[in-house]
Design a protein around this ligand. Structure first.
Ligand SMILES: *[C@@H]1O[C@H](CO)[C@@H](O)[C@H](O)[C@H]1NC(C)=O
Length: 245
């Protein structure tokens, strides 16, 4: 009977491990801003109503097992009078309410994710500027390459207060709506880390240092690896909060 028992154990093991590999993750969005945001993802992560009023939440229970992309918040979105074009003051991505023509128009705070089964890399990235404060809080799980819980990453202070005039983005009335990255605003290879400024020549700059003072846990220029892009294994959820003050 021993061989039979061994095979039975093996089958049981496969069934159990199969269950563990299956990724049951949810993304919980919470808009704590005093204004409405319209969520956007590129590539599309799920079908959902993107419009999130102040104080509302959204749970996406069917996150794909494999997905790489960005999530962001759009602000002050509306249809034009003839209802043919939907546009937003920040984070705009073409004509659609569903964001059919990404990437977004900067400035926009980007939440970048790489999902591979139960391992997820995540970061808050300011390479295309900043529009809305945000936090990513993994729920449970453990940090890959470290024996500690998966760290929070965020940029929760409004860069408005420190945004240099050359980088400030305004709406049609000239009011501040977000802070551009120096690469997008000034198109200098030094800030974009292109050409002779790529690789190890990609260094912090006066603008990225200002961003870093306010948002230590966000990536503030293309070569920023402090903190590294965390990878979290086994988290049951990722809580994404806009304006978590
Ligand atoms: C994550 O969000 C869910 C749903 O809003 C909430 O119940 C839970 O307490 C949050 N967990 C953490 C660690 O923030």
């Amino acid at each position: 009977m021993a061989p039979f028992k061994a095979i039975f154990s093996l089958v049981l093991l496969l069934v159990i491990s199969g269950k563990l590999v299956q990724s049951d993750k949810t993304f919980n969005f919470d808009n704590q801003c005093s204004f409405t945001v319209w969520l956007a993802a590129s590539s599309s992560i799920a079908d959902f109503d993107p419009e999130r009023g102040p104080g509302t939440t959204l749970k996406i229970a069917s996150v794909p097992d494999t997905w790489t992309g960005s999530i962001w918040a759009r602000t002050k979105c509306s249809f034009n009078p003839s209802m043919t074009k939907f546009s937003c003051e920040t984070g705009d991505c073409g004509n659609g309410i569903d964001c059919q023509s990404p990437p977004p128009t900067p400035p926009v705070t980007l939440l970048n994710f790489g999902i591979s089964q139960n391992v997820v890399s995540y970061e808050v990235n300011l390479n295309h500027g900043f529009n809305v404060p945000v936090r990513i809080q993994p729920v449970r799980g453990s940090l890959v390459g470290g024996s500690r819980p998966c760290p929070v990453v965020d940029c929760i202070k409004d860069l408005k207060d420190v945004c240099p005039a050359q980088l400030a983005a305004g709406n049609s009335n000239g009011a501040y709506v977000g802070c551009n990255s120096p690469c997008d605003a000034l198109k200098d290879p030094k800030y974009c880390c292109t050409g002779s400024f790529s690789g190890s020549a990609c260094q912090p700059n006066e603008f990225s240092r200002t961003f870093k003072q306010v948002c230590q846990l966000a990536h503030t220029f293309p070569g920023d690896n402090d903190p590294p892009i965390y990878q979290c294994s086994g988290a049951t959820a990722y809580n994404i909060t806009f304006c978590p003050f």
